[in-house]
Write a protein that binds this ligand. Structure first.
Ligand code: SF4
Ligand code: SF4
Ligand code: SF4
Length: 601
């Protein structure tokens, strides 16, 4: 009853209908959150393709914080409803005498097209730095007016609302005045907390040209972002380019080739093959990354980055792997099976090989995908040789969701699944050309000896930990103890790294299936686009500030700031705040010994 294709997560097959969460397959919270973001990105791509009308972007709003309040008030007559219940002349006179009010005008019908046009004209002509619209409920008019003023380059904080209609319905003489007066007072105060905005570079750097990186690049380009895609190899494709089939019947290599063709022909994507990231500086909205592309060095300006550097099959030096041709990995078995070169009739698969163990050379984690790789290869072996004997030795079989059906299918097909205790793991004797596996049969405790044609090891996946650490460090992000990029939040934000503007997609984050990697690539693109698509980044309203006269440059606030938003400006002889990085946490204010650090608002 679950929907969606293996390589088309969240797509229902019906244009405009996207699926996510458990409807699209049983899953945990992080995968559901990833799919939610990916589905939103798919919908946004569709809208960006021309189906939806977008509101025009206005100029960057100016900063009114340092100006004295100059408040305009527009009283809506509501086609006579308000003006017949209150004495508008007296009301106008009293409002005009309030502190900070520079003018009071009436408009006939604020929520009509003509009324909005009238309001726009008054604002443009009288140039107040705050405006109160006294009409009806804010819920009715706020969106319309915020959109209109946004297109004029007016910051949303400039607008305030007063529910004059509810006030006149109260049928008391002073309610209309007190309602508008409260809005005027609030407007004058909040005027000092107007946000700072900054133009952001909308282009994106994607590092890694596997299916996750390519998919993220294509999604980003469909959302209107210029993309720079850097791949260290001479060709696109990554690990998937050498993967032949999946348990669901998909062909990863074919998918990789299709994505590569789309990337190469996409004019919005600049491709750098055989390239390496050398240095990076800046922050969200304004990164600069130096790469070497062939003989030349190139500096790329970009507003955000997606780390999609992937992982590879782990190749531990155990059981004769790499020395004995009869000891191979699941991936090597897959290649032999796909090419019709697999000649084994007696096969043993050893799960969790050098995995889930603290032993030197082992991966301490579960790689999530190798149980299903064992299932798909078992079924493939029996498909081509129904009389083959396949024994899978496992600790516990992690075939979640629909993969459980493949497990049942494999059992029915004759695959023998035998559990082992990690304290009493199977032992392997590998000669130069032969291999012998012995283990204790769990039900009877009898020792079993097998001499298979092939011992296939489920070896798990590992990132290039050194390179991941290097890249993460360049952008101020982190990797975990195993060399995977560390996400900002394990539940709702697993495509975001801890640094604003830095995202992750694919197996560089953790081992995952192709569909999951594609979902995360879509989620990274969607979340990134939501941040950068307007081309404007906003500082928090209660942004931190520095009083230069009091600052002794002690640096305590720089140390205390958890977001790296403060530094000492030697030229300016004071601490300075990066308004875009500041999260208004207040830590700097609490540590400053000179009361030089403060917050607006
Ligand atoms: S996916 Fe299966 S074989 Fe791989 S580490 Fe996890 S439990 Fe072991
Ligand atoms: S308010 Fe918080 S985030 Fe902003 S500069 Fe101060 S310590 Fe940094
Ligand atoms: S803690 Fe206060 S005095 Fe010290 S550098 Fe920061 S703002 Fe200046």
């Amino acid at each position: 009853g679950f929907a969606c294709g293996e390589f088309t997560p969240c797509e229902s097959g019906v244009e405009g209908l996207f699926l996510c969460g458990n409807l699209a397959g049983a899953k945990d919270i992080p995968e559901s959150a990833i799919e939610g973001a990916h589905a939103a990105g798919l919908a946004a791509s569709l809208m960006a393709s021309g189906a939806a009308e977008s509101f025009p972007e206005g100029p960057t709003p100016a900063d009114w914080r340092e100006e004295e309040p100059k408040i305009g008030v527009l009283l809506c007559e509501c086609d006579g409803y308000n003006s017949s219940r209150a004495d508008f002349n007296a009301l106008k006179e009293k409002i005009a005498s309030l502190a900070g009010v520079s003018f009071v005008e009436t408009i006939a019908h604020a929520c009509s097209r003509a009324g909005m046009s009238e309001a726009r004209g008054v604002f443009a002509g009288k140039e107040p730095n705050r405006l109160i619209l006294a009409s009806c409920s804010e819920r009715i008019v706020a969106d319309m007016y915020n959109h209109m003023f946004k297109s004029m380059g007016v910051h949303e904080e400039v607008l305030g609302f007063a529910d004059l209609r509810a006030a006149v319905m109260a049928n008391t003489d002073d309610t209309p005045l007190s309602t508008v007066a409260a809005a005027v007072k609030s407007s004058a105060l909040k005027g000092f907390a107007v946000q700072v905005s900054e133009v952001a570079d909308k282009s994106v750097l994607v590092i890694g040209g596997g299916i996750s990186g390519m998919s993220a690049a294509l999604r980003l380009s469909s959302l209107g972002h210029p993309v720079h895609l850097v791949e260290k190899e001479k060709a696109l494709g990554g690990l998937a380019a050498s993967s032949r089939y999946t348990l669901g019947g998909g062909e990863p290599a074919k998918l990789a080739a299709e994505l590569a063709a789309k990337v190469e022909s996409n004019p919005a994507i600049t491709l750098y093959l055989g390239a390496r990231v050398l240095q990076a500086k800046g922050r969200v909205g304004a990164f600069k990354t130096a790469i070497n592309a062939g003989e030349s060095a190139v500096e790329i300006s970009h507003g955000a980055v997606v780390l999609a550097t992937g992982a590879r099959e782990n190749l531990p030096k155990i059981h004769g792997l790499g020395e004995n041709g009869r000891v191979i990995t699941q991936k090597q078995a897959e290649a032999l099976l796909a090419e019709g070169k697999f000649d084994g009739k007696k096969v043993v698969m050893l799960q969790c090989a050098a995995s889930r163990s603290q032993d030197a050379g082992s991966l301490p984690y579960c790689s999530r995908v190798c149980c299903t790789h064992a299932l798909k290869n078992s079924l493939k072996i029996l498909e081509s040789a129904p009389d083959a004997e396949v024994t899978v030795l496992y600790r516990d079989l992690r075939a979640y969701g629909d993969y459980e059906l493949a497990y049942l299918k494999a059992r029915k097909a004759g695959v023998l699944f035998t559990a082992f205790d990690p304290e009493n793991a199977p032992s392997v004797k590998a000669g130069s050309e032969s291999v012998e596996v012995s283990f204790s049969e769990p039900s009877f405790g009898a020792a079993v000896y097998l001499s298979p044609d092939y011992l296939i090891l489920s070896v798990g996946m590992a990132p290039d930990a050194e390179e991941a650490l290097r890249l993460a460090s360049l952008y101020g992000a982190e990797v975990d103890d195993n060399g995977f990029y560390r996400e900002k939040n394990k539940k709702p934000a697993t495509a975001d790294l801890s640094v604003p503007g830095v995202y992750v997609a694919g197996t560089g984050h953790a081992p995952k299936h192709i569909g999951e990697a594609l979902s995360q690539a879509g989620a990274a693109a969607a979340r990134l686009s939501a941040l950068l698509s307007s081309g404007v980044l906003r500082a928090p309203k209660n942004l931190s500030a520095v009083d230069k006269r009091l600052c002794s440059r002690c640096g305590l606030c720089v140390e205390a700031c958890p977001y790296g938003a403060r530094e000492i400006d030697e030229a300016g002889k004071a601490a300075v705040v990066d308004p875009i990085l500041c999260k208004a946490c207040g830590a700097c204010v609490t540590v400053c010994p000179n009361k030089a650090a403060s917050q607006y608002g």
